[in-house]
Design a protein around this ligand. Structure first.
Ligand SMILES: Nc1ncnc2c1ncn2[C@@H]1O[C@H](COP(=O)(O)OP(=O)(O)OP(=O)(O)O)[C@@H](O)[C@H]1O
Length: 590
């Protein structure tokens, strides 16, 4: 647990934790000494020795005051430590999220991340402030009491010290059981969180499918699983606490029995023994809730461990000496094999999605990717941007393996226009400028004009400074697509990866897509997942994918002449649902 916190917080936290725990231990020792000092106070009173009673009372007061002062200090320290670790945790999570391959981000992983970040943070604060200090005190104080008892009566002292490992063992057993149950609760809660987010985000889809109210089975199942895990954890913790209570009471009973035995056999003074039995109660009292504190610590450990697992995830490996940005921008796939990593819902690494695939997109040419759904077109384009790294073969840009570029350099060479357009809750202008923060106003306006975003700005109440709402909610799907095209154009990257929308677009957006592809042709290396006849017709060549391999590659005419898979595919599409034909941007919009 502490090692998890330290690994998140770094060296400074390690030093701070050592000091913090040392101080908490000192407070525990002082509290134990204060309790042990009660024995001479009581004995002095019994012997009517007022001087000695006042003396020991003064000692007790001084030790208790020192312990109290240091306790206040260590509590404050715990608060500051918690804040430091929380800040470090947020920083590490943020840093790791930036370094993770883009392909890692799925609704399931982001749901888990938000759960881990929020709960982990809460538990760190709780651990450092509410658990570690009491836990240390509840261990160190009874041990100090046991050692002190040895000085008054070595037999009773040894009995207490002998009971300590048994109590420790029972607390550990109870804590382990609870820890396992807590882990199950954690996993169940994270799964519910993901389902809940999905339930909230996909309301439109659910309602369109006629799933009304809360009757969404995966969410119900997740809540049920969480309830079952909670019930099991409750039983586990009740049994653990009962075991712990039994062991502690037995230890106390044994100490009292020993005291009585020693008194009866005349080897101990009864008054002495009465005072020591009082002290024994101070030994067993704190230990009774040791299992409870241990459980709380393990609960924290599960959450903090999940944060550590998150921050220790493998990011994209960065080259030790990044290759320089190449002057030419041809893209080549050399015998590429790629299978998705296991993840929630698909724990085994599946069959390769791309199988020894080779394809070349020459510098400043346009290649259209066509093929049945699931043939690997999207995966192929995403490998260029290192959403994931290939397992075999290589993807090169300008002759250099994409893994040999610094990630920033690689991304600077790419413009991505994908279907899942996300606009930030910022102004229209800021969303375009995101493509190139250095762009002048003139460049932003020109890209916007080309992508027919100017007319959106004219319609909105605050023009370019209008907010587009969270995720671009204030705009239609087509309008969002246009903003994303303007964003890509303003970036002016030498390589453009374009995923044409599969859904029918409004005429203006369709024209913008066709025009922007026309504009890019000859200026950039373009790899486009094509769905429209207009795009296919403009491409220098077409690669037909099936089953994760390029089965045909050539010009539209060549492939039609070959009368193979592409010709068949094209004819069936043109026959059933004609591929979209070019639409011209209305005057004034281009
Ligand atoms: N993140 C992912 N995790 C696991 N499998 C995935 C993931 N993304 C895609 N796949 C699988 O990889 C295969 C290829 O998918 P891909 O999206 O690349 O195909 P596509 O040709 O672009 O399909 P479409 O035209 O329908 O978009 C499919 O079987 C798909 O189920």
């Amino acid at each position: 647990m502490i090692s998890a916190l330290i690994s998140i917080g770094g060296t400074a936290t390690r030093r701070a934790f050592r000091g913090f725990l040392a101080l908490a231990t000192l407070v525990g020792v002082l509290q134990g000494i204060a309790l042990a000092t009660l024995v001479p106070v009581l004995l002095s009173l019994y012997r009517n020795d007022a001087g000695a009673a006042w003396y020991w009372l003064a000692v007790l007061g001084l030790v208790a005051a020192a312990g109290g002062t240091l306790l206040a200090r260590v509590t404050m320290w715990g608060f500051h430590l918690a804040m430091d670790v929380i800040v470090a945790m947020h920083r590490r999570i943020g840093q790791r999220l930036v370094e993770l391959p883009i392909g890692w981000f799925t609704p399931a992983t982001t749901g888990r991340t938000s759960h881990v970040a929020v709960r982990g943070t809460m538990f760190v604060a709780q651990t450092a402030m509410d658990i570690l200090v009491p836990l240390t005190l509840h261990v160190v104080t009874p041990l100090t009491v046991a050692v002190a008892t040895c000085f008054y009566d070595w037999r009773m002292g040894l009995a207490l010290l002998a009971a300590a490992p048994v109590i420790w063992l029972s607390a550990t057993v109870a804590g382990r059981r609870n820890g396992a149950a807590e882990r199950r609760i954690h996993d169940a809660a994270a799964a519910t969180n993901t389902r809940l987010l999905e339930f909230a985000e996909k309301q439109l889809t659910l309602r369109a499918a006629g799933i009304e109210g809360t009757a969404y089975t995966p969410l119900d199942d997740a809540i049920d699983a969480q309830r079952r895990a909670g019930r099991r954890a409750l039983w586990s913790s009740v049994l653990g606490l009962a075991l712990q209570g039994l062991v502690v009471q037995t230890a106390f009973g044994a100490a009292v029995t020993l005291g009585v035995y020693l008194t009866v056999h005349g080897t101990a003074d009864p008054v002495h023994v009465v005072a020591l039995i009082g002290l024994c109660a101070q030994f067993t009292g704190p230990l009774k809730i040791l299992a409870e504190l241990g459980t709380a610590l393990r609960r924290s450990a599960v959450e903090v461990g999940a944060v550590r697992d998150l921050v220790e995830l493998d990011g994209l490996p960065e080259p030790a000496t990044p290759s320089p940005v190449p002057p030419r921008h041809d893209i080549a796939f050399h015998d590429v094999t790629f299978a998705y990593e296991p993840g929630p819902g698909h724990e085994q690494r599946g069959q390769p999605v791309l199988n020894r695939l080779s394809l070349t997109v020459p510098h400043r040419s346009m290649v259209a990717l066509v093929g049945p759904s699931g043939s690997g077109k999207t995966t192929l384009t995403r490998l260029i941007a290192r959403f994931w790294d290939v397992q075999d073969g290589a993807v090169t840009l300008g002759g250099t393996d994409v893994r040999d570029f610094a990630t920033d350099d690689l991304m600077a060479q790419l413009s991505l226009v994908f279907q899942d357009v996300y606009l930030f809750d910022d102004t229209l202008e800021a969303n375009i400028r995101l493509g190139n923060p250095e762009a002048t106003d003139e460049q932003v306006r020109r890209a916007a004009e080309f992508a027919a975003v100017t007319e959106i700005a004219e319609r909105l109440p605050n023009g370019w400074h209008s907010s587009v709402g969270e995720g671009g909610r204030a705009l239609s799907g087509g309008e969002r697509q246009r903003v994303s095209i303007a964003r890509a154009l303003v970036k002016n990257a030498p390589v453009v990866l374009f995923d044409e929308a599969t859904a029918a677009l409004d005429p203006t957006t369709e024209a913008v897509v066709a025009e922007s592809i026309r504009l890019l042709a000859g200026r950039a290396t373009v790899l486009v997942i094509a769905h429209s006849l207009a795009t296919v017709a403009q491409a220098d060549s077409i690669a037909f994918l099936d089953g994760g391999a390029v089965v045909e590659h050539g010009t539209h005419e060549d492939l039609l002449e070959r009368n193979g898979r592409y010709a068949q595919f094209w004819r069936s599409h043109a026959g059933e649902t004609p591929l979209r034909t070019p639409v011209h941007i209305p005057a004034g919009e281009s």
